[in-house]
Design a protein around this ligand. Structure first.
Ligand SMILES: [Fe+2]
Length: 124
């Protein structure tokens, strides 16, 4: 099985990728959010894909991004190639203290499969 096909068999994470490869840097979602969130207030969470810009062509593109708090699904955003960029801003409000405050995003590339990025926030 080629390496590219193996990528489709699992949820890929940055730590899974060989250090001499840029495949992770092009696919792992990047989540931008303040590090401390007050419960009950909305904050914008911006999600882009890749520290290095991913190709955006009909033959190779990011198909969608899903967004979670912990394991709680919050939304899915589909992208068309060329005319859109895999970038989205979502207002979120965390209502409870003590919940899992790991923000997670999963992207899917049509050639390289699923990729997870995450960031931990604090609530107060
Ligand atoms: Fe890709």
């Amino acid at each position: 099985m080629s390496n590219e096909k193996a990528l489709f068999c699992k949820l890929n994470k940055p730590e899974d990728v060989e250090t001499d490869s840029t495949v992770g840097e092009k696919h792992v979602p990047v989540i931008m959010v303040p590090s401390v969130l007050k419960t009950g207030e909305f904050y914008d969470v911006k999600i882009t894909v890749g520290e290095i810009e991913h190709p955006n062509e009909n033959e190779h593109f990011i198909q969608w991004v899903e967004f979670y708090v912990g394991n709680v699904y919050l939304g899915r955003f589909d992208f068309a190639p060329v005319m859109t960029k895999p970038e989205v801003t979502i207002p979120i409000k965390l209502g409870h203290q003590g919940i899992d405050t790991t923000l997670r995003a999963i992207s899917r590339c049509n050639l390289h499969g699923l990729w997870e990025g995450k960031v931990q926030v604090k609530t107060e």
